[in-house]
Every structure is written in structure tokens, then in C-alpha cells.
Design a binder for this molecule. Sequence first.
Ligand code: AMP
Length: 584
Amino acid sequence: MLGKVKGFSADQVIEEFEALTKDAERVQRDTLQRILQDNEEAEYLQKLGLGGRTDPHSFKSLVPLVTHKELEPYIQRIVDGEAYPILTGKPITSISLSSGTTQGKPKFVPFNEDLVLVTMQIYKTSFAFRNRAYPLRDGKALQFIYSSKQFKTKGGLTATTATTNVYRSEQFKRTMSDIHSQCCSPDEVIFSPDYHQSLYCHLLCGLIFSEEVQLVFSTFAHSIVLAFRTFEQVWEELCSDIREGVLSSRITIPAIRVAVSRLLRPNPELANSIYSKCVRLSSWYGVIPEIWPNAKYVYGIMTGSMEPYLNKLRHYAGSLPLMSADYGASEGWIGANIEPDLQPEAASFAVLPNIGYFEFIPLRERAESQEHRRDLMNHREQEPIGLTEVEVGEEYEIIITTFAGLYRYRLGDVVRVTGFHNSTPKLRFVHRKGLILSVNIDKNTEKDLQLAVEEAGKLLAAEKLEVLDFSSHVDMSTNPGHYVIFLELSDAAGEGVLSSCSDCLDRAFVDPGYVGSRKVRAIAPLELRVVRRGTFRKIMDHYLSLGAAMSQYKTPHCVGASNGRVLQILNGNVQNSYFSAAYD
Ligand code: AMP
């Protein structure tokens, strides 16, 4: 028995999930029907001539595959306040800003109550499975969550990030309480306009409630690592606040000062205990279980572009398990992690068949049929297939249709099917479609880049140096073009080790297209550019200034030529550069 708490039953959630996934094909058909019926009035669907038809065949033959670009004019009209049902039957009341890591600027996407409900279903589903393995008692969560800037569009809609839209909802608070994940910090900290002040206060509130904390969470692993890197800098100040019962003068926002001061009392005993634990730690290894002895695990998205932060996260988490959170986007959710015992690197996400309609474009070249040869010659991509038609081991581009006005929308992610749970597939995130380093016939994904940086990281670790963050760029201004890898290091490194790193990075890209091109000099030697400490903070600040939220922030690991400002920040902070001699 998993226990029933305040109207939330993990058993029931799992039962419902089992029922949905046993009959995924029918649930998908019903879901599509509901989406199309709810939005029958929408101009977008009317124009396509569905005429009330809701079956998958009519849907696929009449509704085109689209990217955000094609929907932009429709979304813009919603943003500008046009009242007519444009993409959805019911009016859209909020707009979400996606983090925009790939394009360099946030995208506007419609947001509605249905997305809140779907978010809660995802949270509850993965919690139910997690709780079976690691039951939580009543308690709190040290959550590093942040809102983003909010503004009113010309048409009077609230525009902010999807996570902020969710945090603002009443449903969110109720669900967090149901799943024992109530944030230690008051709302004023979450909704602060300054993330530095929020982060400090999240840490402080986490310390005040250190005995009650059951888990440590952030949406993406990067924010947890950033939080503990900050803890290393400010722990003495935090102890002093607790000792004196007076909030640091670095907190200047009156609403936060009032809300956090309410929780602070002079508590020399707690301050001394934290202080002595911190001084006993070696290089902050295991700081989380040491200071939060009742925490059961660390939770957040740890897959995809978050994998490079896992080493550091494991260092801070010591003996505590890391559990990777679910898979979704500002546009909509896809799947829940129902196997919490798997290491984050192996995590996959079981698709919930009632939260949207899902299609998959196969990326593997099919058996050599006539039709396939024609497709290849015409550079035509293969037809999308349905949720239950995907095959284990294959890779697909994912297409979503949501309750919030996106129809056959190319999310831009590539996933691999790792297996099935009943009849719904489990997906592993592979990479974002656009994030590929390529000069000519070479193709390297973000994952390939991560592996290359890990190899170089081993050389640096031998010198007690750490890669704090990294990015890359294909420089076509040289002839031939070449890869540029930017590294920010924990400390100054010698010329020798950096030269070896540039060779090592070059050799670590093992894609035959790359190796072949390097050997015949069709790609010039890889260049390592070492950037100053703080460069990646500047990049994050740049994204936050555009409206991104810390909660959804992802370092852009591949920067295209169109992302001029980020390239400028990277190039403006280069200390040294080294060309590889690996293929000389
Ligand atoms: P955003 O809308 O800004 O939050 O970004 C959504 C994107 O983040 C997705 O399209 C994925 O590329 C990535 N993402 C979200 N969840 C995961 C996950 N669990 N694993 C890997 N990548 C993820």
C-alpha cells in the first residue's frame, strides 16, 4: 500500500496510468477527437476544412506538419489581442516564452488551463512511481525555482515562461502539498525579479527548514549545480544570518525582506551546526546529505543538455540518489519517468497517451524499397507514424498536437524508443534537431560534443581543473570551416595541458564524416578557445534579460551564426586559443 494522503492516492494514480497505457492506441484516438472537438471553432482548423472530422486519417491528410515559424502569424494575432478563436476554441489567456536556446531568442507559445492540468498529471504520475521506491513523509522540498519577468502583451495577455505560468496556478500549490514537495521558500522568493536574491533566499530557507527537507529539486539540473556553487561562496554569510536572525543586506527587495525575515529567528545552535558541517566537508563532497540529513533524493531534469552537469551534481549529492524528472516543453508535456531507480543517463519517459496526440517521423533509412529510394532521391522525409507504431531502438523526430492550439507541431527533438510500458512507448531524449555541428558531411550532436568535452575534462582533472561550462560553434569564416570549442575552467591552466585538450577534443569526434574530412583537410583543425571565468554567467544573464527563466535555463552548447549576441559574449571573453595538431 502506497498510502493515501490528503485526497491523493499514489495507488490510484498508478492504476489510472496502467489503464491508459494498456490501451494507448484507443486513448490516442479519443484524445485527438477531444482536441479537435474542443477546438472545432478555431479559425486554423476551419480553414483546413476538417468540417467536424476527428479521425486520425482525415487529420493527417488535411492538417500540415508545421514548425513554430508557420504558426507565428497566428500566435502574433493572439498576442495582439484578437478575440476570434484563432488556434483554440476557448480564448487563450496567457502566453509562454520558451527558453529559446536553439534560436537565440524566446518563442511565444499559447498557454491555457489544460496545460496546467497536464503538468499536474505528469508530476503526480512520476511522483507515484518515485514514492514507491523512496516514500516521502510530510515535509518540505528545497526547491530552486524561479519565476521569469512577466509582461502584458499589446492585447493584454500575460506573457511569461511556462514554469512561471504553472507556479502561479492554484493547482500547483495543491499538487506540491499532495506530493510532499512544498517549497521551503515563500512565494515572494519564487516570484522575485532578481534571481541572485531568490537563490540566496532559497538556500537560507532551505537551511532554516533543514530537518524537514525531504528532497532537493529544480526543473533542470543546471540550476541545482549553480545553487551549490553559490552555496560554496555564501555559506558563511548564510550562517551569520541564522546566528543573528537578521537577513543579509544583499537582499534589497522589500517584499522578500519582509517574507524571509518572518522565518528568521536568532538560532546560534543551528548556525553552529551548519558551520561545523561545512568546515568538515572535503571539497563540498556530499554537502546535500550532510546539511539536509532527511533528504531522500535529488530531483530534476538531468538528461539531454543537462548531462554535462551530472558529475558535479553527483559530487554535491554524495550518497543520495539522483532522479531524473519528466520530459516536456513549453509547448506541452510528453512523458513521465516511471523508472526512478535508473541512473539519469539511462532515464526514459513513458508517454502519457491522453495528454496530447503524438506522431513520430522515422529517422532511420528504411529497407531499400522503391518508394524509399524515390524518397531519398527527392530528399523527402518519411511519413509520420502513430504512438503505438514506433519500434524499439529506432530514432524519431517527435510531432505533437496539444489541447493548447498546436496541431502537428514539430517540437524539434529527436528521441529513441527504449521499450514499451504496456502499449505506450518509453522515449529517451537524444538531441535537439538543430543542434548539430556540421561543416560538410560530418554530423555531431550535442551528445557527441558532451563526450568530447568529457574526454578533455579527464586531462584537466589530472591537473585539478574542472570544466565549468562549454559551448561550440562552427566557424565557416575560415576555408575550410572548423569546429570551435569554448571552455570555461575553474582555474588558470598551463599551455601544455590546453594544447593537449585541443588535440584530444579533435580526436574525440569519432563520426566517420568528421574523421574522413579532417584527414583530407576538408575540415580545418579544431580550435579550443578558453574563456574568462564568469563568461557563461554573462550568457545566462543575457537570456534572462530576454525573458527566459532560471528554472528553464539551458546553456546553449552549440551556437549558430544567427545567435550573434551569444557569439559576441563568447568571443569577447576569449583568453587564449589553441589549434589542434591531431591530424597534422
Ligand atoms: P523549454 O520549452 O524552453 O522548456 O524547452 C523544452 C526543451 O527542453 C525540449 O524540447 C527538450 O529539448 C528539452 N527537454 C525538456 N525536458 C527534457 C528532458 N527530460 N530531457 C532532455 N531534454 C529535455
